[in-house]
Design a protein around this ligand. Structure first.
Ligand code: MLT
Length: 239
């Protein structure tokens, strides 16, 4: 079996994903927020590329209880209900609702994964549950790190390395591409906590500057959530 890692969603859009399971990772913060929204009881999360797409998708669903979430420049988009802080996605705010979400990189990574057979959303929060699903499926995996505006994000690479290490057990015949090997190496070379790693990455520092230090702390939590969001049509729902 193969694990093929793309370090950015732009790289993933140039890779053949047919026949593979895609795992989208945007630890800071899109997939952490999506995982939290679904764990909080959101009916579905619809990831879209632009704020205009989000408004259109909200109109099209025509469902009661549609909310708009996401960010540009890390901040809530004008006219939207929520930003991209996982703390906003509580059972009270999104329980039973459809969340249409657009973020700078993370939600675009789901569009880049559209060719894959199955697509899951992963973060440190639900890494153990995602690893168990991948081990159960036993198929080729494409790990898609969202990255930040076309550049590598060490926070995503760290989570990817942790995930790959959990699925590639000694004695199994997994073949890792160079990106996957790099992620495992980066993950293994860290001696600090997951918070130390996320807080020291460029995007972690940027979020702290914007006042989202608590989000970085929250997104550093490992195995705190059991839900595994899977893409069904255009919606992420609980697997
Ligand atoms: C993104 O999609 O680029 C991130 O989720 C940005 C953020 O932290 O809000």
């Amino acid at each position: 079996m193969n694990v093929d890692l793309s370090a950015t969603w732009q790289e993933a859009s140039r890779v053949t994903l047919r026949g593979r399971i895609a795992v989208v990772i945007d630890v800071l913060r899109a997939t952490s927020t999506i995982v939290t929204a679904i764990q909080s009881g959101a009916r579905e999360v619809i990831p879209v590329e632009t704020p205009e797409d989000a408004r259109l998708a909200a109109q099209e669903t025509g469902a009661d209880g549609v909310v708009l979430g996401g960010e540009r420049g890390g901040l809530k988009i004008e006219g939207f209900d929520f930003g991209n802080s996982p703390y906003e996605y509580t059972p009270h705010s999104v329980g039973g609702k459809t969340v249409v979400m657009t973020t700078t990189n993370g939600t675009r990574a789901f569009a880049a994964a559209r060719e894959a057979d199955i697509t899951f959303a992963a973060a440190l929060l639900n890494i153990g549950s995602v690893a168990n699903v991948l081990l159960h499926e036993g198929r080729d995996v494409a790990v898609i790190c969202a990255g930040t505006e076309g550049r590598v994000s060490l926070d995503d690479l760290y989570c990817a390395g942790a995930l790959i290490e959990r699925i590639v057990t000694p004695g199994c015949d997994w073949v890792l591409n160079d990106g996957a090997r790099l992620a495992v190496h980066w993950y293994g070379s860290n001696t600090g906590t997951s918070f130390d790693v996320l807080a020291s990455c460029a995007h972690g520092r940027r979020l702290a500057e914007l006042g989202f230090h608590r989000d970085v702390e929250y997104c550093s939590g490992v195995d705190t959530v059991t839900v595994v969001p899977v893409l069904k049509g255009r919606s992420l729902v609980s697997r």
